[in-house]
Design a protein around this ligand. Structure first.
Ligand code: KG4
Ligand code: ZN
Length: 349
């Protein structure tokens, strides 16, 4: 394992990080990192505006990379490889990051790793916890995805379930918007939920109890909209009831997926929504119930960051992977390419 620079630009975080793949623990594995959130730029629009995002990445990435190298006391020549998110995500931003990585790889004569952003999330728990071994059951919950995966090894992912409509982070963001909490919504809903009664507003648990472990959140979101429009409930009660319903769905679906698996080393959660403390606590309880270890990266490694991209690059490099300098950005890029498409899924990256 090696010194790898990672670049992330698939959504609204511009980030650079250098990881040392050979270091023994999280503290020493992340040699340096810089992250610039674009929240302020997108806030007036209530969501990410792709054109604004791409321009901001183009402005911010070079100084972020320079600062990261300076903090690490390293120069381009000291690195073993350059990794960047090559998809899925907003294509303009992905292209900015990927072309930056290609230029550095060419200038420094270094291997390029074109990393699937979802693989970054999927392997981030191994960056955080060196004792986590394959295979593990992963719940990947972000702004664009809600999947259960069997992570068998680097580049070896079997999709067990996905959402047939909205992603979980999207449901949190839409709930936040309905409650006037602004963007990004997940952390705001979680904060407001702490002040509410999670049993106050009756909300549906879509697909709970069904045979395959797929997810659906569109009906839950509509029910939240009706609850808000009726004016009968306090916002904090709606937030708490929504979060409880979402967690109930996740628990039921994950329990269903685990029932069909054997030999897992752990139940693992990753992606932006994994930063949610109530969700983590509930999943930890499920892991205990199943006699499994529970692993969740620290919240800062759950939301988009470049350390997870650098780490996925380091794992791929160690496994002998290299990508060509003409690798084309992929706005859609499933982790399990063999998985059959599910109605309505994969609409957003
Ligand atoms: O992984 P991520 O940073 O970006 C994507 O790749 O999508 O995930 C962002 C998503 C957003 O929908 C955000 O609202 C949600 O993760 N999120 C949370 C929390 N923190 C971030 N959702 C619930 N609770 C949180 N604490
Ligand atoms: Zn992400």
């Amino acid at each position: 394992m090696a010194l790898v620079l990672g670049i992330e630009s698939s959504c609204d975080e511009s980030a650079a990080a250098i990881v040392d793949g050979a270091a023994p623990d999280l503290a020493s594995r992340i040699v340096a990192q810089h992250i610039a959130s674009q929240d302020e730029a997108h806030r007036p629009y209530g969501g990410v505006v792709p054109e604004i995002a791409a321009r901001a990445h183009a402005e911010k990435l070079a100084p972020l990379i320079e600062a990261t190298l300076a903090d690490a006391g390293l120069q381009l020549g000291d690195l073993d490889a350059i990794a960047a998110t090559a998809g899925p995500g907003l294509i303009g931003g992905v292209m900015v990051g990927l072309v930056t990585a290609k230029a550095l790889a060419m200038a420094g004569d270094k291997p390029l790793l074109a990393v699937n952003h979802l693989e970054g999330h999927a392997l981030s728990p191994r960056l955080a916890d060196p004792t986590l071994e394959y295979p593990y059951c992963l719940l990947l919950v972000s702004g664009g995805h809600c999947q259960l995966l069997e992570v068998r090894g680097v580049g070896d992912y079997r999709r067990l379930a996905t959402t047939i409509d909205d992603a979980l982070g999207e449901a949190f963001d839409k709930t936040a918007k309905l409650l006037g909490l602004g963007y990004p919504g997940g952390p705001a809903v979680e904060r407001l939920a702490l002040e509410g009664d999670s049993t106050a507003v009756p909300l549906p648990r879509p697909l709970v109890g069904t045979g395959d472990p797929n997810f659906s959140f569109a009906g839950l979101k509509s029910a939240v909209a009706r609850a808000k429009a009726s004016g009968a409930s306090a916002d904090a009660d709606i937030a708490a009831s929504f979060q409880r319903a979402a967690i109930d769905c996740v628990l039921d679906r994950t329990r269903r997926a685990l029932a069909g698996l054997s030999g897992m080393t752990a139940l693992v959660v990753a992606g932006g929504v994994a930063a949610n403390q109530a969700m983590r606590a509930a999943l930890e309880g499920l892991a205990r119930e199943r006699g499994l270890r529970f692993v969740a990266p620290p919240p800062a490694l759950c939301t988009d960051n470049a350390a997870m991209i650098a780490w996925a690059g380091a794992e791929r490099l160690a496994a002998g992977h290299r990508d060509p300098l003409d690798f084309a950005a992929r706005p859609r890029w499933p982790l399990d390419e063999a998985a059959a498409p599910v109605r309505g899924a994969g609409v957003k990256a």
